[in-house]
Ligand binder design. Sequence first.
Ligand code: 7RM
Length: 654
Amino acid sequence: MSNNIESTLVENRVFKPAKDFAKKARIGSMAQYRKMWKESVTKPEKFFAREAADLTWQKKWTKVLEWKCPYAKWFIGGKLNVAENCLDRHLGTARANKAAIIWQGEPMGEKRTLTYAQLHREVCRFANVLKRNGVKNGDRVLIYMPMVPEAAVAMLACARIGAMHSVVFGGFSAESIKDRVLDSGAKIILTADGGFRRGAVVPLKKNVDDALTLLAGGGANPVKRVIVFKRTGQEVHIEEGRDVWWSRELEYVDADCPPALLDAETPLFILYTSGSTGKPKGILHTTGGYLLHAYMTCKYVFDLRDEDVYWCTADVGWVTGHTYMVYGPLAMGATSFMYEGAPNWPENDRFWQIIEENGVTVFYTAPTAIRAFMKWGDSWVKKHDLSSLRLLGTVGEPINPEAWMWYHRTIGGSRCPIVDTWWQTETGGHMITPLPGATPTKPGTATLPFFGVDAAVVDDAGNELGANQGGKLVIRKPWPSMLRGIWGDKARYKATYWSEYKGMYFAGDGARRDKDGNFWIVGRIDDVLNVAGHRLGTAEVESALVSHPSVAEAAVVGKPDELKGQAVVCFVTVKEGVKADRALRDALRAHVRKVIGPVATPDEVRFAGGLPKTRSGKIMRRLLKQIAAGEALKGDTTTLEDFSVVATLAAAED
Ligand code: 7RM
C-alpha cells in the first residue's frame, strides 16, 4: 500500500470508541475485552459453553472440545439445527413479524421483504421440495443463484434437512461449475434463469447447461435434477426429465417440515476457495461451532440490535455472504438487507440511495469498493442522508489508511466506528477485529484477536516475533468455526494448514504486530492473489492459460493496483510457429474467462521469450512480480538458470 508521509501520519492516529457508543455496546471497555479474551483462550471450554447457551440446542453437548491436532470437534454429543436457530426460535417472540430479509433488485423499484414467519415458511416449503427431489441427509446440493432471497432460502432449506450446500459464485464459469460438481458429487443444482448485473443479464441457467454438457462428455454426471428459479424471465432451455421450475415444485408441497435433529459436527457446507497449488479446495464447515462463531461475531463485532438494518454487500457465493448475510444475522434475529446488483447501477450513488431509503444502520463492505467510491467522488455521497449509519465494517484485503479515513469521514460522518475484520473462508468468521465499543482503532490495522483466537506473528522457525517485526500469521489454538477439512482430501488439509509449523494453523498471510499488539496484515505470502477482494490462485490461472493450444508455458503474478488491490498479470511463452500478437492476447483473455469465469480475467498478458527459472526448474515468481510492477530487479538472482530471459521479459509489454 502507500508508503508516503501522509499515510504514515494517518496510520498513527488513534480513534477511540465514542463514550455514548461504548456505553450501549455489549463490550464497552478494553478491560472487559481483555478479561473475556483471556478466559476464552485459557478456559475455552468454560467460556464457549456459556456463549453457546445463547443458541437453541435440541440436546445439550457432553463435551465442549476435543482437540487432536489438526482435528477439532466442538460440542460433542450436542444436537441442533442451524435453520431452527435462524428461524423457528424467533417465531415465538416479537421477531416473528419483523423483517428477516429486505431485498432490492438491481432494476429500480424492485423490493421484497420477508418476515421471520414468512422466511420460515418458505424454507420449510423448499426443504420439502428438496426432499421430494430425493435430497437426503449428507447429500451435496450445488447452488448457483443470483442475489435473491431464494438463495438464502435454498441454503437454509439444506441446513434444515441436513444436506450440505456448495454455493458457487455467479461470476464463475461453466467449467468451474463442472469441477465443483465432480469434486463434491452434487446430484442436484439449484439455479435461476439469470440475474441482473450492471443492467445486463447473467446467463446462469445457460452456464449450468454448458457445465452439464461438459460433464456428460466426460462420462460422469452425478446431476439428476436442476431446479430453476424464474428471476429475469429470459428464455432458457428446459431439459425434460432433468430440469424443473422452482415455482412449479412449490405447488406440490406444504409448509410442514420439522428441523432435522443433527449432531453438532454435521457438515453444513462446502465452499470452494483458491489455494497456491492445484484446483480450488472444498472448505468444509460444520454445524455447532460455525453457527456459534457466526452468531457471536454478529453479537460482539457488529453489536447487532433488533432496531438495526444491517447490510453486508458481499455476494452469497463468498464466505462473507454465508456468515454475514445469512447465518450470523439471522441467528441473531436481525434484519439482513440484500441487494442484487452493482454499486454503479443505474448511477454511482446506488449504495447511498439504498442506505438512505432503507435506513441502513450497520454497513459491511470491501476496501476495493471503498476505493472505487473514493474515485467516483464525494458528490455522489453528498446527495444522500446517511445519518442512519452507526457502524461500518470492512473485509477482504488490507485497507489502506487513505481509504479508511475516507470511509470514516465521508460515509461514517466521523461518527461511526470502523471494524476492519481479518478472516478467511477457512476460519468461518472474524478472527482479528476491533470490538466497536472497546478497541481503539488506527487506520489500516485489524487490531486484536476475537474471543478464542490465539493469533501470533512468527518467524520461519515458528518463534513469536517482537513488536514491528514482519513474519507469518498463525493461530495456535482451535476455534469453534475453524474448517474441519478439505472435502475429499485429508492429506491436503494437513499439508496446507498444519505443516508449516507444528501445532499451528498457518493462514498464508504475512503480518506484524505494533507495540500495542495490533495486527497489521500485509497480505498473502503464498501464490494466492487477492483481486478486488476475490481470492484467486496463480496456479488456477496458469493452468487455464496452458490449456490453450497456443501456449507453451505461463506464469501468473499479481501487480499492485490502485482500485483492485492486485491486478492479474500473465507471462506467456507460445508454442513453436505461433504468432504472439494482439489477437492471441485477446483470445487468451477470453479463454481464462471461459475456463474460470469473469472474476479471473487477466489484466495484462505479456508474451516472453522464456520464463526465469532456477536451475531446478522452479519459476522465479519474485522476479516476475518485480517486472510486472515495473520495479528494478533486486534480490538474489544467482540461482537463475539463464539471465538473458529477464531481458526479454522486461521488454514484453501488454
Ligand atoms: C473473508 C475473506 C482471505 C484472505 C486473507 C487475507 C485477505 C481478508 C482482510 C484481509 C487484510 C483484512 N475470505 N483478507 N480480510 N487482509 N485485512 N481485514 O476475505 O478466503 O476470500 O480471503 O483475504 O489475505 O487470507 S477469503
